[in-house]
Write a protein that binds this ligand. Sequence first.
Ligand SMILES: [Zn+2]
Length: 258
Amino acid sequence: MAPDIQAPPARNLTLPLTLGFAVAIAAASVPAARALADLIAPAPIVEPVAAASATPQPPAPPPPAYAFDAPLPGREVASPFGLRQLPWEEGGRLHEGVDIAAPSGTAVKVAADGIVARTGTDPGYGRFVEVRHKDGFTTLYAHLGRNLGMKKGVYVKRGTPIAVVGDSGRSTGSHLHFEISRKGRPLNPAHFMDKTFASADDLPLKAAARVPRKVRLAQVSRWPEGMKEKVAARRAGKGQVTRGEDGRVRVRIEVAAS
Ligand SMILES: [Zn+2]
């Protein structure tokens, strides 16, 4: 930090001129020190350069302990974390991540430094990449298009493109489904994206784990193939219970009494 070099007010020159005072002024102000030196010669002058370099530079702040990038920088969350009911479902269930809309082919960047834990294709998630981070954090990127060469065990640095946005799996249009979890517990990614935390104590773990009771009805741009017929059959009393992509899906089926 630069020392404050505001010149002292002129009235200071009328004060008794002692060497100590001159030195104090010299440390604070170069022009003032020169003016005083003329008045009180042959007193020794403290070199202002020496005085300036004696000021210790404050140490650079330590890097944050945790930093999470947004996987699609600048793109908005189209569907948030929380209880959500899709139009073809009979009840709400937890949307364990956020949906970020983007055109197919947009690069998906890994949120934090980590190691690829899993890649693959799932009926629900479609093509996905899962990355393990320090302290039990995991991020998951789903409905992907092309995987950019990511394999289990690959070390990835924050911001590395790992895949491109797609529309694979049970998707309702081109978007990224992005999850953050810690020790298996889903967290609201909105509390982490584009944020840094100085230490583990600053992590918003409680707030991010909170799931509001309200169930949001999701707006979707299109229904998955065959779903309309399935729902029609179910509503006609011929329905059967189906499980979701991860086994945790809760679909309440009410068979109409005939
Ligand atoms: Zn989603």
